[in-house]
Ligand binder design. Structure first.
Ligand code: GDP
Ligand code: MG
Length: 282
């Protein structure tokens, strides 16, 4: 029988565990990640003659190296390379939750968006155009209500479909504007030229992590090749000075602003409709 490794991931309180329990039932196993207190929850099921091995990742808001949960999430994605990441999001809070989605995509993870809490969406009188969202994000989207099991059959079908057909993935690449983009390109060129950490991570993601001053990546970089690490650090320092002097800002903040800007302009294009929008159209 074919088998497939799938990770459930997303912000805390998106309904990941509820969906995970609903999908895997009692076929679960709880352990720990080595050396830390974060729980590792795994479960499995068989659907369409494929065994799905699912890991429920700890909830996180970002993929920086600030918390154990974030580090575990990205470590699983990088080292275990699940065939599919089911990114469970609270559909009533798309603007906030897609921030993490963008980071999964930049890490090169194949994503299926499970838009959970669709009951709350309806109760609030909102509506979401799933097809338009799928097109805008470049990944499949399924609506679910984890509590009731609504959307589960479609979700399982789409998981199999998406995991089998990796060719349709379009990695998302968003612009970080005129101050950051050219520096990103310079970093990427240096990273690729020296194949610096590229066995494990996509080069663009590494470049972004350098700009975000990511402790874990910078530490790994120093061990891998100190002279390249110095070269990258000095490029980043120059940008830092430039941002401070001319924008009164810093790269991490600008990167976050552009991510939210991307999401905001995407959602504005008729993807989410609020009750007040409908009244206005009448
Ligand atoms: P996690 O932190 O992502 O694992 O989220 P949980 O599965 O613990 O769910 C957080 C809360 O949302 C719980 O109170 C769930 O009962 C509730 N919840 C989960 N899915 C749904 C849903 O589809 N609709 C509604 N209304 N509530 C949900
Ligand atoms: Mg949970």
């Amino acid at each position: 029988m074919q088998s497939c490794h799938v990770a459930f991931a997303g912000n805390p309180n998106a309904g990941k565990t509820t969906l995970f329990n609903n999908v895997t039932g009692s076929r679960q196993h709880v352990g720990n990640y080595p050396g830390i207190t974060v729980e590792r929850k795994e479960g499995r099921l068989i659907h369409q003659e494929t065994e799905l091995n699912i890991v429920d990742l700890p909830g996180c808001y970002s993929l920086t190296a600030y918390t154990q949960e974030e580090l575990v999430a990205r470590q699983v994605l990088v080292e275990e390379r699940p065939e599919l990441v089911v990114n469970v999001v609270d559909a009533t809070k798309l603007e906030r939750h897609l921030y993490l989605t963008i980071q999964f995509m930049e890490l090169g993870a194949p994503i299926l968006l499970a838009l959970n809490m669709m009951d709350d969406v309806r109760n609030k009188g909102m509506s979401i155009d799933l097809k338009k969202l799928a097109k805008g994000m470049g990944c499949p989207v399924v609506g679910t209500v984890a509590r009731s099991g609504e959307g589960k059959p479609e979700l399982l079908d789409r998981i199999i479909e998406a995991a089998e057909d990796q060719s349709t993935w379009q990695p998302l690449q968003i612009s970080y504007g005129p101050d950051i983009d050219p520096v990103l390109e310079t970093l990427i060129t240096a990273i690729e030229q020296h194949q610096f950490l590229t066995q494990r991570y996509p080069s663009r993601w590494l470049a972004i992590k350098y700009l975000e001053d990511d402790e874990q990546i910078i530490e790994q970089g120093r061990k891998e090749n100190p002279s390249i690490a110095d070269e990258l650090n000095s490029i980043v320092e120059n940008l830092r000075d430039h941002c401070a002097k001319t924008l009164n800002s810093f790269p991490e903040a600008i990167i976050a602003d552009y991510r939210y800007g991307f999401i905001h302009s995407l959602l504005k294009r008729g993807i989410v409709t609020y009750p007040e929008d409908v009244e206005r159209m009448d």
